[in-house]
Design a protein around this ligand. Structure first.
Ligand code: C2E
Ligand code: CA
Ligand code: CA
Length: 862
């Protein structure tokens, strides 16, 4: 798993973390900005407030000074002996005005707009802007005079004056008033009776300008009470309803103006930088997120695919390998260990061709070819190797080149163990070429051998073919059973093998028929001696279970030098010679001679007749019923073919079926029988089954399945009423093919019956594998039932076996009452035989069907 980068799934994704970080930084930044701005505004405000306070102070001070000045100025006029003298009683205008003691200079020089001398009742003296006026003071002064006079008199003793802001001529002015008194240390007069001198100093713009300049203030003016601008300050002027206003500098504002723009600019720039940075960070972390997710996804996918690969690699029966460019193994799956017994370390780094080898092509060369071939295709090669135990094993190697960046990096593939397959194949190969019982070559192998040997024709080395048939073998088989027969056949096979040399061939054609193909033995003399020795050899006693058995042999001889180079012809000639030898008294041999052709002639004639018979419709079917053993009801009927020969009369199948099988005529004949049986039986009772015999030759030389299908369709005969009887010879030649055919037949819906059960060598095995519905015990065993021999046990066993496998068991060839009774005792399902009914023609069978159950049977059978 080192290829997988671990990605923790518990830590939050970077985007989330970045977002949080950004949020906190942004908040901090905003907070810092706010605090800075707040502090700045605070400073500005307090600066402004300070300045305002300061200016107020100066303004106030200036006003105070003005009042003080006015008071002192007034004091110098009011506290004056001469003034008391001239103005306290009746006002001495001459003294005051003309002599200018209290004259116009008060206005022109000192700026007092109004100068009055009043007492409780009148204005005694009045100057308005320096001019003598007859109007009373109250004309100008917009304030009650009585309290002013009273207050002024009250403070006269202390040489004090009063001042206040009043409206003079409807404009604010500073009024100062003082009681007129002599300038004595002790006040010797009653101040309540003296006149009061009033000076009015109007706050004109010029005076305000002076005041303003004196106080260091600007924009000083007088306004009625109302709203003030931010940069203005004011002081009330008594109860006049007016106030003194001036402009206050605002250093705070200046500071703000000076600092705020660059500060805000800096903040903005910083903010923008931060936004940019945040966006960049977010994008980056999102990208990282995406990359992480993709990485995670691809890790998961990789892990899944690795798991899948491992599961497949471990579950597969195959092992997986990889090599580098130089065919050195770089990987072996665990299965390799299980299959071969080696550990992977034993072989990693070793060249693959030291492990595996191929008989037909060097493995490495083959691998190199893979690199050049179509990458979509996987080629296979059968290789062998010795496993850990030294056992030879086979595997099917598939390979593909590994290309990295267009360059060959190595090879990879699988190796399927096919040891069993190879062994099975070899077995099948052997079986198909050899006789199962004796291990000798069979007819197939013989044909091939002859084909090869005769290929060169004239130029080939001379061959002698001996066809051998055992005499008196059948009685041994019939009386002593198959085991004895088999023992004899095995012993004969051994002796034949021992009599021949390496290049020769011994084959068994079936039954007790053998062929010997002799190389380089051509002279009659030689052949005669060999035959005599062989017959003598075979005649030697054979021991079987304490019994001594004797067989003889007859031989037919054919030679390529004389009979030509056609294999079929050679066998036929040897066959005719053999026939002659048997006819001449057995235990001898005969060379083929043309005179023996009569026999051939006869066969040819018969063959021609058979051909014509098909055309002329000379065949007829006879029907032999099959009965349920418990009720003796007819449940089925077997169609058996006969030949109505124009010259020789009605011939049984034994005379022409073998010939038909040899000449392929069996195919059309078989079709005819099947069609005829189906057509005839269609009108018979629905529950009645019809059996038709199929020859093994029909299996190998025609498509039985399509024939049966076509006939069923054509005749409309229901498939489930048709039963096909097959002997196990069908299976001898082509086990796999026969199974396929039978399965296909079953799929058509027909029933399959194994005929002549018990005569083959491995019937039991077939029963298990093949889809039979029923078996028919061969009549040989039924014939043996009456005697108290082996056969009874065999029949018993077959019935039990058949039942155990769910098959219907029929006994054929029932000829006697005892046999029927015995079968009944063994609970055989169905019976067939001469005792119940011989095969009869169609009319007779239809008549039988019309009779009540059991009517045609011998009384004992009931
Ligand atoms: P098989 O299929 O075993 O047929 C039974 C044979 O036994 C029949 O002889 C029948 O007449 C005979 N048989 C019936 N009951 C008894 C009995 O109680 N005792 C004795 N000793 N024999 C009995 P058949 O009709 O001569 O037929 C001989 C063989 O010819 C058949 O043996 C079958 O293998 C073959 N054969 C007959 N008809 C056809 C056919 O249409 N096609 C093919 N391929 N073969 C056929
Ligand atoms: Ca039959
Ligand atoms: Ca039979």
């Amino acid at each position: 798993m080192d290829r997988i980068v671990e990605v923790s799934s518990t830590s939050p994704p970077p985007t989330l973390q970045t977002r949080k970080l950004i949020a906190s930084i942004a908040t901090l930044f905003a907070l810092a900005c706010l605090i800075a701005l707040g502090a700045l505004f605070n400073i500005a405000t307090s600066l402004n407030a300070d300045e305002r306070e300061k200016s107020s102070f100066y303004a106030h001070k200036a006003l105070e000074q003005r009042l003080e000045a006015a008071r002192q100025f007034l004091s110098s006029y009011a506290v004056w002996d001469a003034a008391y003298e001239h103005l306290n009683g009746a006002a001495d205008l001459k003294w005051a005005h003309e002599e200018k003691n209290v004259g116009d200079s008060l206005y022109t020089a000192s700026g007092f707009e109004g100068v009055f001398v009043v007492d409780d009742h009148s204005t005694k003296y009045a100057l308005f802007k320096g001019q003598l006026s007859s109007a009373p003071a109250s004309t100008y002064i917009d304030d009650a005079l009585a309290p002013i006079i009273a207050q002024a008199r009250n403070v006269a003793a202390e040489r004090q004056q009063i001042t206040r802001h009043i409206l003079f001529n409807a404009w604010p002015a500073v009024l100062s008033a003082a009681a007129i008194r002599p300038d004595d240390e002790e006040l010797g007069i009653d101040p309540q009776t003296t006149s009061v001198m009033i000076f009015v100093d109007q706050l004109t713009p010029e005076k305000l300008a002076n005041l303003s300049a004196g106080a260091g203030l600007t924009g000083m003016r007088i306004e009625k009470t109302g709203a003030l601008a931010a940069d203005e300050s004011s002081l009330p002027l008594g109860t006049t309803g007016y106030r003194l206003e001036w402009l206050t500098p605002r250093p705070g504002d200046q500071l703000l103006w000076a600092v705020l723009p660059p500060l805000l600019g800096a903040m903005l720039v910083l903010g923008l930088l931060m936004v940019y940075f945040f966006r960049y960070a977010l994008r980056t972390s999102r990208e990282i997120d995406g990359t992480l997710q993709r990485l995670q996804a691809s890790n998961l996918a990789l892990e899944a695919s690795e798991q899948r690969f491992r599961a497949v690699a471990e579950a597969a029966s195959d092992w997986i390998w990889e090599t580098d460019r130089h065919h050195r193994l770089s990987y072996l799956s665990q299965r390799f260990v299980a299959v071969t017994g080696f550990s992977t370390e034993d072989w990693l780094g070793q060249p693959i061709n030291q492990l595996l080898s191929c008989e037909t092509t060097p493995l490495t060369l083959w691998l190199d070819n893979q690199a050049d071939s179509d990458p979509g295709q996987m080629a296979n090669l059968r290789c062998g190797y010795r496993d850990q135990n030294g056992q030879l094993r086979f595997c099917r190697v598939s390979a593909r080149s590994i290309m990295i960046k267009g360059k060959l990096a190595g090879f990879r593939g699988t190796a399927s163990d096919i040891t069993d397959e190879v062994a099975a194949h070899a077995r099948i190969q052997h079986l198909s070429m050899h006789d199962a019982l004796t291990g000798l070559a069979n007819r197939n192998k013989l044909s091939r051998f002859l084909e090869q040997a005769l290929l060169k024709g004239q130029d080939a080395a001379p061959l002698t073919l001996l066809l051998l048939d055992l005499d008196s073998f059948k009685p041994i088989n019939d009386s002593l059973g198959h085991a004895a027969g088999d023992a004899v056949l095995l012993e004969v096979a051994t002796r034949l093998r021992e009599s021949t040399r390496d290049g020769d061939l011994v084959a068994r054609l079936g039954g007790d028929e053998f062929v010997l193909v002799m190389n380089g033995m051509d002279s009659r003399n030689e052949i005669d001696r060999f035959c005599a020795r062989l017959i003598d050899n075979l005649h030697q006693p054979i021991h079987f279970e304490e019994q001594i058995l004797h067989v003889g042999a007859s031989l037919g001889v054919a030679q390529t030098r004389l009979q030509g180079f056609d294999a079929g012809e050679l066998i036929r000639c040897a066959d005719i010679a053999l026939y002659q030898a048997k006819a001449d008294g057995k235990n001898t041999w005969r060379y083929f001679s043309p005179e023996m052709n009569e026999q051939i002639q006869y066969r040819r004639q018969l063959e021609n007749d058979l051909r014509k018979a098909l055309k002329n419709n000379e065949f007829v079917l006879h029907y032999q019923p099959r009965y349920r053993l418990d009720t003796l009801q007819i449940v089925s009927v077997e169609a058996l073919v006969r030949w109505q020969h124009p010259v020789e009369g009605l011939l049984g199948p034994d005379t022409f079926i073998p010939l038909a099988e040899q000449t392929d005529l069996i195919v059309p004949l078989g079709r005819w029988v099947l069609r005829e049986a189906c057509e005839t039986a269609r009108s018979w009772p629905q529950e009645l089954l019809v059996s038709v015999n199929l020859s093994p030759a029909q299996f190998s030389r025609s498509d039985v399945v399509s024939d049966v299908y076509k006939i069923l369709v054509d005749t409309g005969f229901p498939a489930q009423r048709l039963e096909l009887e097959i002997t196990e010879n069908v299976m001898l030649n082509d086990i796999e093919g026969a199974l396929g055919t039978m399965t296909a037949l079953k799929e058509l819906g027909v029933r399959l019956n194994m005929d002549d059960f018990g005569t083959g060598y491995s019937s039991l095995g077939y029963l298990r594998t093949y889809p039979f519905d029923s078996i028919k015990i061969d009549k040989r065993f039924i014939a043996g039932l009456s005697s108290d021999g082996n056969d009874r046990a065999v029949v018993q066993a077959i019935i039990n076996l058949g039942k155990a496998m769910g098959l219907t068991v029929t006994a054929e060839g029932v000829e006697t009452e005892q046999q029927l009774k015995a079968l009944s005792k063994e609970k055989c399902h169905e019976v067939q035989g001469f005792y119940l009914s011989r095969p009869i023609d169609k009319q007779a069978f239809e008549q039988l069907l019309r009779q009540p159950v059991g009517a045609g049977l011998p009384r004992d059978a009931m």
